[in-house]
Ligand binder design. Sequence first.
Ligand code: KG4
Ligand code: ZN
Length: 383
Amino acid sequence: MLVLGIESSCDETGAALVKDGRYILSNSVASQIEIHNRYGGVVPEVASRQQLATIIPVLEIALEQAGCSWEKIDAVAATYGPGLAGSLLIGLTVGKTLALAHNLPFLGVNHLEAHIYANWLRKEGALTSSSAHWSYQEGDPIFPLVCLIVSGAHSELVFVPEHGHYQLLGRTRDDAAGEAFDKVARILGLGYPGGPAIQKAAQQAEEELLWQQKPLTQARNSYRLPRAWLRGCYDFSFSGLKTAMLHLAEGATENNNGKQVSHYTRMGAQAAQQGMPNVALLASSFQEAIVDVLAVKTRLAAQEYGVKQVVLAGGVAANTSLRARLEQELSPLHIHLSFPPVSFCTDNAAMIASAAFFHLSRGEQHGLDLDVQPGLSLPFIKR
Ligand code: KG4
Ligand code: ZN
């Protein structure tokens, strides 16, 4: 089954052709990062206008890259939530219109579910695969599994016993992990999007220590930052960490002005004397604090639910420290960790087509009266 997927939930415009929910024939993405970088974050009105300007060229590229005609396409799918209403509306309207014009089935896709299905995507085998069945194929993640969804707007730990069944184990009580990365990068003057910028700064600090033949932990622990463990549950909280970072950044300014020097600032100053830029050390310590909580809670959930597979999903799944630390937590327990390639962690349309396939092949589809649902969550089952 060949599905055309369309993604427009925030500031990325995507179109992709994916066969059998796994094999990517084409994947075209237009990013608005440079536009929003000027404002330090996504401006919804600007994002939706930009979606409108790019959706048709992006679609044309995806169709051309795949080299396939409309006769070969079996269904059209587009994100209908969660996301920014104005942005969602563009992709959903284009998707429904194309389905109507070409007399094809249409499916609206939950963006969060699609992030999970990015773990089913692969580049090889597209031309040899013939099965359109939704059941297991070699290379697929194995159920039951625990999924950590960490994006710009969501941080959720979910138990997934089988396709389409989601049991919420925990979620953030305040900021999402990606949101914390973005806000802290802004505090540190590192720009938007914050995740990749903080990762890069942290790597600089760690490379510098490697050069000096010092342990990496020195960078990761150079600032003593709070971790909200919220023991006894799988919920997260990142707002305290963000506030601590704000105080540290302010503390650094006070130090510069010769005012009272805080504990943190003193430590940072010591590090600076050793030739280490404060911002890089702050970035490294902040990243370590987030990764610590995410990795330990995910490992505990995987142990409690007795799964043999953990999957990572969402933009923050691109983080190399998170991946490495989770691997470290899970491999002694013989729990397999999978995560999409970096370009499929952040928003893309291939994951939309993948998630759509697993619904379509179970006979599901939506009517053309489907509206956007900006606040949509995963369809959780009760415990
Ligand atoms: O999934 P996504 O593309 O969009 C949403 O659905 O929200 O996630 C975007 C988020 C941003 O907050 C961005 O800073 C974060 O993912 N991100 C990262 C990395 N790459 C992207 N966070 C940490 N490390 C990264 N390498
Ligand atoms: Zn996303």
